[in-house]
Structure formats: C-alpha cells, structure tokens
Design a protein around this ligand. Structure first.
Ligand SMILES: [Zn+2]
Length: 241
C-alpha cells in the first residue's frame, strides 16, 4: 500500500460528496473532517458514512459559541458518542474575546466528555495557546491537535513532551510566524492540514494543497519528501491510537 497523505483539519461539509470522493481518489489522502456547529457535525457524520478515508469529528467552533444554546451543546455531545474525535473546539481570545467565559464553559464540557470516553480533540487555540494546553493536561486528554499552530515557540516543547501534535497549513509558504513554527517544531509532532475550503489571503485552501505542503516541510526540514510523508502518516496513527 502506498503511504497516504493526511489532511488533519478540513471543513469537509463545505464540499460536495463528489468533490470529497475526488480528493480521496486523486490525492490518496486521509481526511479528518471537523465541524463547527450541530448542523455541520451531522453533515460530517453523514458524509463519513458514505466515503472511506474520511474520519469524522463533531464539535462547536469557538466563534459560534456566542450564539449556541446549551441544548445544542448537549445534542453535539449526544452524537459524539459515535465518533473518535471532537473538533473544531477550543478557545479564541483574539477574534471572539467577548464570549470567552462561555467558550471556556463549553470547552470544559467537551474535554470532560473526551476524557471520559477516550476521544481525541482537534483544537482552535488563537491567543489562548497555553490556556488550552493546561486544560488538556488537567483533563488528561490523550490525543490533541493544535490546528494551524502559530503560538509561542516555548510552548512547542511542552506540547511535544505531552505527546500532542500541531498542524502545518499550506500558508506556511508565506505566513512568517507559521514558518518559524515549522523550523522549530520537531518533525515527530507535525501533521498536515488544509483548513479548506477557507480562503486565506487569496489562497483557496483545500486538500489539493497538501502534497505541496509536504514538499515545503521536506525542504525546510531537509528531509526527503517520501520520508516526511511517512513520518506524518505515522504521527497521525499515533494521534488516533
Ligand atoms: Zn478550521
């Protein structure tokens, strides 16, 4: 079997089922599909029942928590009984600071659920890097991804020591801070992601950019591309196991 590419954070409900199938077939890629509220969580679940190589996650994005009800949270946790990953969940102190108390309340509910049910988490942690890290440790979360990590360099070692992961996004080619992270992070803690179908600074992020991102990681880390692909796949297996 060929080693597949990995997209460890993609908003898969934003694509048609045909497009999802095409990504998987043409790229030979495993997709971790995150959600951002109840309705997208249900869409991700439905898609994953129809295609192989799509691992579903359910959750409520920090940006949506302000307008989410507690009954929505309960419903997401109800369907979470059928998945292995919660995401996209987390805290955002940069773009959603006004709802931070409610975000924290939701995140603690998610983490305590993940801890009880041995689920992995897929995290948005903008300007709340350390807050989230400390919560993961407190709730004894066994598998975590800090998606599109652009936080403090000194937290990288702690994330790594805890056996957690960060994702590198295609924006690494031009986003200075993220590039710095790639240089400093151990290859053993790195996964790739697209965050598609988000448009970032004119770039249409999508799983189709993952092969090029692997190439870029190989270049910066001075490791052969094939080897990088293999390490990332192994890292992903470790995250899931
Ligand atoms: Zn995202």
């Amino acid at each position: 079997m060929n080693i597949p590419y990995v997209d460890a954070h993609v908003h898969i409900y934003g694509y048609s089922i045909d497009t999802v199938k095409r990504f998987i077939r043409d790229l030979e890629i495993i997709l971790l599909g995150v959600a951002e509220d109840l309705s997208s969580s249900m869409k991700v679940l439905e898609l994953s029942s129809k295609v192989n190589s799509l691992i579903p996650a359910v959750g409520i994005h920090p940006w949506n928590i302000k307008d989410s009800s507690y009954s929505e949270l309960e419903k997401v946790l109800e369907i979470a009984k059928s998945v292995r990953i919660l995401g996209e969940i987390g805290l955002d102190k940069r773009f959603a600071r006004e709802s931070i108390d409610k975000q924290l309340e939701f995140l603690e509910k998610f983490l305590s659920f993940a801890s009880e049910n041995d689920l992995r988490v897929n995290l948005h942690t903008l300007d709340a890097w350390r807050d989230v890290f400390e919560l993961l440790v407190r709730y004894e979360i066994s598998g975590a991804i800090f998606h599109w990590y652009s936080g403090p360099i000194d937290l990288l070692n702690e994330i790594d020591a805890q056996g957690y992961f960060i994702t590198i996004n295609p924006a690494v080619k031009f986003q200075k801070k993220h590039r710095e992270i790639l240089k400093k992070a151990s290859i053993e803690m790195i996964l790739t992601e697209s965050d598609g179908p988000y448009n970032y600074k004119g770039v249409n992020l999508s799983p189709a950019l993952i092969p090029d991102t692997v190439k870029e990681i190989a270049r910066v880390k001075e490791i052969e591309e094939k080897e990088v692909k293999k390490i990332i796949y192994k890292n992903f297996q470790r995250y899931l196991s």
